[in-house]
Ligand binder design. Structure first.
Ligand code: ADE
Length: 292
């Protein structure tokens, strides 16, 4: 999969993505990442790419020419007009489902805005998708593009060592991931759940699925509607719902089914806060109307 990023800060995206797993994937050739400097397409002798907004107002708007020409030069080089995703808080909110859809493409172009946004005509000409990474406003589209590329890249065959690990974790099945443990067996008096030391693979699998269900019920009950559960797991979930334990964000992970957590923090009995999963933090709504 080939990623292209149209940006005014090519070194920022290249530095970020050249590290860790995406960096190794680039070295192996499983993905490629190319940053294209929009400023290279400026016709201005000072290489300006922005100007004040028509109609007045604060800040600068990115001019359409350099953006459109950068995309057209890339399209010509590729012999096709690949999907172009404009990073903006006004877009569709990114999630695992969209990451899976985008991972099927062979090329993706990300357009990163800065200042007060990009001239609307450029977007009309080149943009196929507008995507937000969440309901908050950042200073530019580079970090959102890096978030999306990281997430999509790990779904590309050959990027992760363990191909199974992208499949097993949070959101793949609309269940959150179960708690993980490694050496030492006892840490500050807290033991690894004994089942994980039993070597009994079927039981470990069942325990992990149960932990995932518990976690999802506690932290993201909204996801459970779409989770695929066996009859036995559905019965387990019903039982949990009857017990109705409260959500306590500061308690240790794996709380419900690990003995040490019970010893240290005691069990709760009140209702699960069903509202929590769909909560959007209170913020200044007006912020989201910024032109980015
Ligand atoms: N640019 C600025 N904020 C953004 C956000 N939340 N998502 C995508 N692009 C952005």
């Amino acid at each position: 999969m080939d990623f292209y990023i149209l940006t005014l800060f090519p070194e920022m995206v290249m530095n970020g993505l050249s590290a860790s797993i995406t960096g190794r994937a680039m070295e192996k050739g499983a993905i490629s990442v190319g940053a294209i400097d929009i400023r290279d397409y400026s016709h201005d002798k000072h290489h300006h790419v922005d100007d004040g907004p028509y109609g007045g107002g604060a800040g600068l708007v990115m001019q359409p020419g350099p953006v459109v020409e950068a995309y057209e030069a890339l399209s010509e080089r590729l012999g096709k007009r690949p999907r172009l995703i404009y990073m903006t808080p006004q877009g569709r909110v990114f999630d695992q489902k969209l990451a899976e859809e985008l991972s099927m493409e062979t090329e993706l172009v990300f357009l990163c805005g800065h200042y007060e946004g990009i001239d609307e005509r450029a977007l009309e000409l080149v943009c196929t998708d507008q995507v937000s990474i969440g309901d908050y406003v950042l200073t530019g589209g580079e970090l959102p593009a890096m978030v999306m590329i990281d997430c999509i890249a790990r779904l590309v065959p050959g990027v992760l060592h363990n191909e199974g690990s992208a499949e097993e974790e949070s959101f793949q099945d609309n269940l959150l991931e179960y708690p993980q443990y490694t050496r030492p067996e006892v840490f500050r008096g807290m033991e690894v759940p004994p089942i994980l030391l039993s070597g009994h693979h079927q039981k470990i699998h069942e325990w992990r699925r149960q932990q995932s269900i518990i976690r999802t019920l506690e932290r993201r009950p909204d996801l459970l509607e779409k989770a695929q559960l066996t009859k036995k797991e559905q019965a387990f979930l019903e039982e949990l719902r009857e017990k109705s334990l409260p959500y306590q964000p500061d308690r240790p992970q794996g709380y419900l089914a690990t003995d040490h957590a019970d010893q240290q923090h005691g069990g709760g009995t009140d209702g699960i806060d069903a509202e929590r999963g769909s909560e959007i933090p209170d913020g200044d709504g007006a912020q989201l109307q910024e032109p980015f």
